[in-house]
Design a protein around this ligand. Structure first.
Ligand SMILES: Nc1nc2c(ncn2[C@@H]2O[C@H](COP(=O)(O)OP(=O)(O)OP(=O)(O)O)[C@@H](O)[C@H]2O)c(=O)[nH]1
Ligand SMILES: [Mg+2]
Length: 431
């Protein structure tokens, strides 16, 4: 496929200049819209865009044709011409018709939040799987936007990672139909290829039945990869930017429990996470859905952390992972300029404050993980000597607190997850 009229900025290091636009509707909290617009600035910077200004418009409802009002757009157009600003980035997903309208009527190059996030994913995709996933998300985004003369996703610059270029922008009715058909074929091929990768991974993980899976989840940039490295001694990619991690990495976590525990670092979440990405990153997000325990990492040094907790819970809901036991891990305690002890009162159950950077409370975190995975209940057992051979089965599932031999057998105090109770229920003694 040939590349269309893409926004190329990287080759000659000319940075795109942009104005960001947010809308405050009557139902919206102004603070929340401002927070989101600031986040859009962070996203733009991550994508290599130079943000010149941020504009907010208060409206009773969105303009169905152009999202914001025509007077507002005219003013923006003048500012953009005067200051040689290339791009208008909207802090929401615009309809294909709205983008077409603005670009045609006002000759303003527009991009929406979804397209910007897709660009970042494209720039950061390093593995074959991530490249295919992002390509699939792009195609989902692009298909309803194909138009006769100009369509497709605007590509910002950034490091070339070998991903396939976007669909061509057609120039006539037949070309448009052809483009649509090509997109359908490519979507179907990509889905098949991704399914194959997923199947391979499934087979690999089925070989490890005796294993507990812990998954790090959380808002992007919360410190998941840093914590993953601290817990496992790995060197996963850490960067002060959004969506540094796109592909999951798994490592053994040593907890002294005799059973394999594998921990996975994975892609971060964000408010208004594009649904195209949720669909195409299904396998990556399934990592969370298949976990025995989720470590929900929160940047406690960010005053808006409550908003982020809510957003992450929304995504967990979307991917059917909200019922999985989770531990709230408040990270970056070293960066906190307030007393964070109130957090323990606000979230008394299953929460801990840590610093992945300094190592503060990391041993306590491991202890908590161990408790949540294995040690929900304490049992007193008596196992006669003639049944001793069965004890071997227990060692990798439970924690043996004490062992006392007498002439008939062994008295044991153990801690175990209730799911393993059938393994020792014959020997349980009244406490
Ligand atoms: N001060 C401080 N900074 C931290 C801590 N943990 C992580 N960071 C910093 O936060 C930034 C993001 O860290 P990452 O580990 O890449 O965050 P992530 O959650 O994996 O981010 P994505 O993969 O982009 O979603 C980096 O600059 C880290 O150095 C911490 O405990 N304290
Ligand atoms: Mg990461």
């Amino acid at each position: 496929m040939s590349k269309g009229q893409l926004i190329e900025i990287d080759d000659d290091k000319v940075t795109k200049k942009a104005i960001l636009v947010g809308v405050i509707l009557q139902k919206d909290s102004e603070n929340e819209v401002i927070r989101s617009l600031n986040e859009l600035e962070r996203l733009s910077e991550t994508a290599g865009v130079n943000v010149i200004d941020k504009k907010l418009q208060k409206r009773t409802k969105l303009d169905s044709g152009t999202y914001v009002g025509s007077g507002f757009l005219k003013e923006l157009k003048t500012t953009m011409l005067e200051n040689e600003i290339d791009l208008l980035i909207f802090d929401d997903e615009l309809s294909p018709a709205q983008v077409a309208h603005i670009e045609k009527q006002y000759e303003i190059q527009t991009m929406d939040r979804t397209e910007l996030i897709l660009n970042i994913f494209y720039m950061h995709a390093k593995t074959n799987e991530a490249r295919m996933q992002i390509r699939l998300a792009e195609l989902y985004y692009e298909k309803p936007r194909l138009r006769n003369n100009q369509s497709g996703l605007d590509r910002l610059g950034g490091s070339s990672n070998g991903a396939v270029g976007f669909a061509s922008r057609g120039s006539g009715e037949t070309k448009l139909e052809m483009d649509r058909r090509n997109i359908d074929i490519e979507i179907s091929n990509l889905k098949q290829a991704l399914k194959k990768i997923e199947k391979q991974k499934d087979t690999q993980s089925k070989q490890r039945v005796n294993q507990k899976n812990v998954c790090l989840i959380g808002y992007t940039n919360a410190g998941k990869s840093t914590l993953f490295n601290k817990l496992t001694g790995s060197d996963a990619y850490v960067m002060d930017q959004l969506f540094a991690t796109l592909t999951s990495t798994s490592r053994q976590l040593t907890l002294d429990v005799g059973c394999d525990v594998v921990i996975s670092d994975t892609v971060g979440f964000i408010a208004k996470l594009p649904h195209q990405l949720v669909a195409s990153f299904n396998a990556t997000l399934r990592e969370a859905r298949d976990a025995d325990l989720l470590l929900h990492i929160i940047d406690i040094s960010d005053k808006d952390f409550n908003v982020y907790i809510k957003e992450v819970n929304n995504v967990l809901n979307d991917i059917d992972a909200s019922d999985i036991p989770s531990l709230l891990v408040f990270n970056k305690s070293d960066n906190c300029d307030f007393d964070f002890n109130f957090v323990m009162n606000q979230f008394p159950k299953n929460s801990i404050v840590v610093s992945a950077l300094t190592g503060f409370n990391i041993d306590q975190l491991k202890e908590k993980i161990k408790n949540l995975l294995f040690l929900s209940n304490e049992y007193k057992l008596f196992i006669p000597y003639n049944e001793q051979k069965n004890i071997a089965n227990l060692h990798d599932k439970v924690i043996i607190i004490s062992k006392e031999y007498n002439e008939k057998g062994v008295n044991m105090l153990i801690k175990a997850n209730v799911e393993y109770k059938p393994l020792f229920s014959n020997w349980i003694m009244p406490v």
